[in-house]
Design a protein around this ligand. Structure first.
Ligand code: ADP
Length: 164
């Protein structure tokens, strides 16, 4: 069975992430969407909230599982018997970082883990969670970037004063 992992912060999950997840799920037997908890990072949404949003969007897709992780992706993959990393590749800015990570993950897994890059969809090439958070904070239109469910969560977060 081919088990792949697509990891990210998903703070929040954007239409660009959703597109990669749908395409990746078609290429693998099982796709684990791994929501990263970096203890040194300040997020807009808690780990539980980020995980919940991803789970809600893919609750009807049988070969997608949503989990959270901390620390090395390679360790998480071993625990979950996965050997394929899926990454989305946007415009040139992603290239260097993504290649560095791919080489490192290959090396520290004794070449057991392979990375596959999927090109970002044209319309999401310049979309990032950072852009979404910036637009949200300034009360801009979010529908081009977020699924309805996620947009509602962002609006609720803003109106609860959860974000300054
Ligand atoms: P972001 O950079 O938006 O904060 P993450 O750190 O959660 O996103 O990224 C996780 C993965 O998703 C990375 O492989 C990243 O390149 C990919 N990704 C992020 N945004 C997009 C997008 N708009 N289209 C395709 N892939 C994307």
């Amino acid at each position: 069975m081919r088990v792949a992992v697509y990891s990210g912060s998903f703070d929040p999950i954007t239409k660009g992430h959703v597109d990669i997840i749908k395409r990746a799920a078609k290429l693998t037997d099982k796709l684990i969407v791994a929501v990263l908890n970096n203890v040194n990072k300040k997020y807009m949404f808690s780990l539980d909230e980020r995980e919940e949003m991803v789970s809600e969007l893919f609750k009807d897709v049988s070969n997608i599982e949503v989990k959270s992780f901390e620390g090395l992706l390679v360790n998480f993959m071993r625990e979950n018997r996965a050997n394929l990393i899926i990454r989305g590749l946007r415009a040139v800015s992603d290239y260097e970082y993504e290649l560095t990570m791919a080489f490192a993950n290959s090396e520290i897994s004794d070449e057991e883990i392979e990375t596959i890059f999927l090109p970002a969809a044209k319309q999401y090439m310049y979309l990032s969670s950072t852009v979404v958070r910036e637009v949200a904070l300034n009360r801009g239109k979010l529908s081009p970037y977020l699924d309805k469910y996620v947009e509602e969560k962002v609006l609720a977060k803003l109106s609860s004063g959860g974000v300054k």
